[in-house]
Design a protein around this ligand. Structure first.
Ligand code: PXP
Length: 249
């Protein structure tokens, strides 16, 4: 009898889709659509493992109504990206997402710019991280792929570090070097028992080397997916309107 022993390398990698920009479009018209809650259902139908939203102090896209309805409707994991503040911690403790990702937040930024400086803001972040954990929420910290930041996140009790891929995505001629830094950072984070996620600026092409090098278990991607949805869905949306117009031609 021949016994086949197949060793299959199976690493589960998860994709959480950031739907902030569905809400950005809604807010651009101050309308009630497109609705990020409705979009979340489609995102789940597409196979996403989670839904991510960034609840900002200025509520420029996602608001509390969205977060509360998402909590009640989605079947996958909810991640709230937020600043480490009293207001946000109170909301997260009430809504109870599976994960909170702590990010730095500037009023003037277009999108999150740079990782959280966990080293410098250690004592400011500490009470919020502890409260979130006490509420049973998994805590992730969005950091640069730098040892000191990862170590500080681990000391603060983070479960996950999300390595900022912004520089990797933008500085195309330094990609190999930055990938090396990310690989080292991911290895170090795992030695400390942290789960490694990556995000910011990832798209359908630049994600591939990160997958090939096994840098992360989780991916948080928003803009590229929402932008592609517009492109792949635009022809159909026009065709639907054209059919209505033609009824009266
Ligand atoms: N991760 C974090 C911490 C972010 O702030 C963002 C942007 O909201 C993302 C991931 C997703 O980035 P992108 O929209 O460029 O895919």
């Amino acid at each position: 009898m021949v016994i086949f022993s197949l060793k299959i390398r199976h690493i589960v990698r998860t994709l959480s889709v950031n739907i902030d920009h569905i809400a950005t479009l809604r807010q651009a018209r101050q309308a009630d659509f497109p609705d990020p809650v409705q979009a979340a259902i489609m995102v789940e139908l597409g196979g996403a493992d989670g839904i991510t939203v960034h609840l900002r102090k200025d509520r420029r896209h996602i608001n509390e109504r969205d977060v509360e309805l998402l909590r009640k409707t989605i079947k996958t994991e909810l991640t709230i990206e937020m600043a480490a503040t009293e207001e946000m911690t109170r909301i997260a403790s009430r809504v109870r997402p599976e994960q909170v990702t702590l990010v730095p937040e500037l009023k003037t930024e277009v999108t999150t710019s740079g990782g959280l400086d966990v080293v410098k803001r250690y004592s400011k972040i500490k009470p919020f991280a502890q409260r979130l954990k006490r509420s049973g929420i998994r805590v992730s910290m969005f950091v640069e792929p730098v040892r000191a930041q990862i170590e500080a996140a681990a000391r603060l009790g983070a479960d996950v570090v999300e390595l900022n891929t912004d520089r990797y995505c933008r500085e195309k001629n330094r990609r190999a070097e930055i990938l090396g830094e990310m690989e080292n950072a991911a290895g170090f984070a795992r030695e400390l028992g942290l789960v490694v996620h990556t995000g910011h600026g990832l798209d359908y092409m630049n994600i591939v080397p990160i997958l090939e090098l096994d840098i992360a278990e989780g991916f948080s991607i928003g803009f590229a997916i929402v932008a592609r949805a517009l492109m792949v869905g635009l022809a159909e949306a026009v065709a639907e309107m054209k059919r209505i117009v033609e009824v009266y031609s």
